[in-house]
Design a protein around this ligand. Structure first.
Ligand SMILES: Nc1ncnc2c1ncn2[C@@H]1O[C@H](COP(=O)(O)OP(=O)(O)O)[C@@H](O)[C@H]1O
Ligand SMILES: [Mg+2]
Length: 261
């Protein structure tokens, strides 16, 4: 059972110590990593995925439940507690969605009935995240960016059921973000989002701020920001709605923006 994952911090690109000595993530935490391009966000989550042990350029170390992770986490794909979803996730083969999910489920779930249930739940979860329904018989390479990301998030959460899910900049991909966070919070996991999206950042418990390869701050979402998150979500919905209308050849009027001022 994993309860905590600890990052013993290291150094930025210029060798300066990071601003905090350690960060302890607890089950149920939703955390964002923010910072400009090149600030070390991907490197940070790669350190976690690799179970860094002062053997990467950052000098960071990862502890699970306060201790060095067992080697089986690294060596046995069925035991690895971490799922990483990136922008560049591609598929080695052009399987139908159904077979992709079954292949994955066979590695993680031995009971046949449980496996079938997990596959059904994964598909329905994915379809709540994206506006374009995914069919079991579609081929993986035919899915849109949003559908692919939704399916991977659902697969990581339900079929792989890993206690730690890392997402590297997945927001530009046609996913209902507020809905996603609501749904993900029902699972007791650690979710780490690399994000430029204010909605995701403000719906997180806290955000880790990066600059020049270094953690410079850890900001807990305060009451005022929490209130703002609702307004930001609303704003974002209004804009998405506007975007859709224009895309489908409709005219837009000031009615669309009512309630914003
Ligand atoms: N602490 C660090 N020490 C040395 N190099 C680093 C460190 N953090 C990041 N880098 C390097 O800086 C570059 C940009 O980092 P990256 O993680 O890709 O940034 P981001 O994902 O925020 O755009 C990469 O080449 C990476 O290897
Ligand atoms: Mg990156």
């Amino acid at each position: 059972m994993i309860d905590t994952i600890t990052i013993m911090t290291g150094f930025g690109r210029s060798g300066e110590l990071e601003a905090v000595p350690r960060i302890d993530l607890k089950m149920g935490d939703v955390v964002s990593i923010v910072g400009p391009t090149g600030s070390g966000k991907t490197t940070f989550i790669n350190d976690i995925e690799l179970f860094a042990d002062a053997n990467t350029p950052t000098g960071r170390r990862i502890l699970i439940n306060g201790e060095r992770p067992p080697t089986e986490y690294r060596d046995d794909p069925a035991r690895n507690p971490i799922a990483l979803i990136t922008q560049h996730t591609t598929f080695l083969s052009d399987l139908p969605v159904n077979e992709f999910l079954h292949t994955h489920a066979r590695i993680r779930i031995t009971d046949l009935a449980q496996r079938e249930t997990a596959i059904e739940r994964t598909l329905s979860f994915a379809n709540q995240l994206t506006g374009e329904p995914i069919m079991l018989e579609s081929r993986m390479t035919e899915l849109s960016g949003g559908q692919t990301r939704a399916l991977l998030i659902a697969d990581a959460t339900i079929i792989c059921n890993t206690p730690i899910v890392l997402l590297d900049e997945v927001e530009n991909a046609g996913i209902h973000r507020t809905r996603a966070l609501e749904l993900l919070r029902q699972y007791r996991k650690i979710f780490i989002f690399v994000t430029h999206d204010p909605r995701i950042a403000l719906l997180s418990d806290y955000r880790i701020v990066m600059q020049r390869g270094r953690i410079t701050q850890v900001l807990h979402t305060d009451a005022e920001e929490r209130k703002l998150a609702t307004v930001v979500s609303h704003l974002d919905d209004v804009l998405s709605n506007l975007r859709d209308k224009i895309r489908f050849g409709e005219r837009v009027t000031s009615v669309e923006l009512e309630g914003l001022a």
